[in-house]
Design a protein around this ligand. Structure first.
Ligand code: SAH
Ligand code: SF4
Length: 364
């Protein structure tokens, strides 16, 4: 049986776990420092923790749920990691260099059941959720990559925008956030963490009621139900009215802003009239929302979609601005290394022989 990852425990959970297994609660802080500040690779490296305590911990937990399968570095400094889980499944994690810091994009599920029509991740049905520990270990893997370079660089920002729908793995995703926020550990500030969802209204409300304080992004991609259902079939189950009801609940409960993501697909959703309709949809929430326009990263299997022209992107942006909607155009990272979500994984799977049931690779 696979052991669970020690990185899945919050500091509080570690504090309760130790006495339940005959160990002193007070050791939790030191173990936590070894994990997140010293960033040791194995339990035996925790030299000032009693052997008996280490034995009990290593009987129950692993520190190594992930191993590196492929690493690709892009000319702009983006690094994409294809990581192998203990059960052989492959996931992606991306490091991006931005003006304001180093951002890691994490995966939350093996595949995705939402199946958006433009997305490489949705090509492969979800075979399982990642555990909280497996999500935290992605950050640790990247941080160790930075440590090895010896420049003293730290992961400062996290986006939950890799493979999977984070709100379909809610508990593990929230445990992950608790762990990486912990002041005595990685100490990643809540305002520098963003979770992106395809828009599950009940979960958006639950997220609003949590005390996580991190940012929310919602993948909208269309200004009306017909078009949104065409692009994202999840809209059939949760149409825009229900989504906006959850948005208003979130805004009223948290008083925090929401970012809407909008992929621009040529001649599908990228015309000025779409922008005007989007502005109208958001008009009563203007001061609390922004729109992030995402140039589409073409995916071989979704050849019905093409990237918008520069003229359309500017026209769309301009129409939003004229209607006083905050908008930005997403800077791209690592397009030369397939850095859009799920693309490296789906390419690797094509070059190998995936198990058609699980989507898992049989790699020698
Ligand atoms: N499932 C969540 C989070 C992961 S996807 C969600 O859908 O929000 C993160 C973002 O990447 C989403 O906004 C998604 O629409 C975008 N994305 C997916 N495939 C893309 C592609 N080929 N080009 C550009 N953006 C893409
Ligand atoms: Fe899943 Fe997000 Fe891709 Fe849609 S865009 S298939 S929700 S990962």
């Amino acid at each position: 049986m696979n052991q669970s990852s020690i990185y899945g425990l919050t500091l509080e959970q570690l504090r309760s776990w130790l006495p339940e297994h005959g160990q002193k609660k007070s050791r939790a802080s030191r173990i936590w420092e070894w994990l997140y500040q010293e960033r040791v690779h194995q339990f035996t490296d925790m030299t000032d923790v009693r052997q008996e305590c280490l034995d009990v911990i290593s009987e129950h937990f692993t520190m190594n749920s992930l191993s590196e399968h492929v690493k690709q570095e892009s000319a702009d400094g983006t690094v994409k990691f294809l990581l192998r889980l203990q059960d052989g499944n492959l996931i992606e994690t991306v490091l991006m260099r931005q003006k304001y810091g180093l951002t890691v994009c994490v995966t939350t599920q093996v595949g995705c059941n939402i199946g958006c029509s433009f997305c490489a991740s949705g090509l492969i049905k979800k075979s399982r959720d990642l555990s909280g520990g497996e999500i935290v270990e992605q950050i640790m893997h990247v941080q160790r990559h930075l440590d090895a370079a010896g420049q003293g660089e730290r992961v400062t920002n996290v986006v939950v925008m890799g493979i999977g729908e984070p709100f379909d793995n809610f508990q593990n995703m929230t445990d992950f956030i608790e762990v990486i926020k912990e002041r005595k550990g990685l100490a990643i500030a809540a305002k520098r963490i963003t979770v992106s969802t395809s828009g599950l209204p009940d979960k958006i409300k639950e997220f609003a009621d949590s005390s996580l304080q991190v940012n929310l992004a919602i993948s909208l991609h269309a200004p009306n139900n017909d078009l949104r259902t065409h692009i994202m079939k999840i809209n059939r189950a949760f149409p825009i009215e229900q989504l906006m009801d959850a948005v208003d609940y979130y805004l009223a409960t948290t008083n925090k802003r929401i970012m809407f993501e909008y992929i621009l697909l040529r001649d599908v959703n990228d015309q000025r009239e779409h922008a005007a309709e989007l502005a109208e949809l958001l008009s009563s929430r203007k001061s609390m929302v922004s729109v992030n326009l995402i140039p589409y990263n073409p995916v071989d299997e979704h050849s019905q979609y093409q990237r918008s022209t520069e003229e359309s992107i500017l026209g769309f942006y301009d129409t939003l601005k004229k209607n006083s909607i905050n908008a930005t155009v997403r800077m791209e990272h690592g397009t030369d290394i397939d850095a859009a979500c799920g693309q490296l994984r789906s390419k690797q799977m094509k070059n190998n022989t995936p198990d058609p049931q699980s989507g898992r690779l049989a790699l020698g």
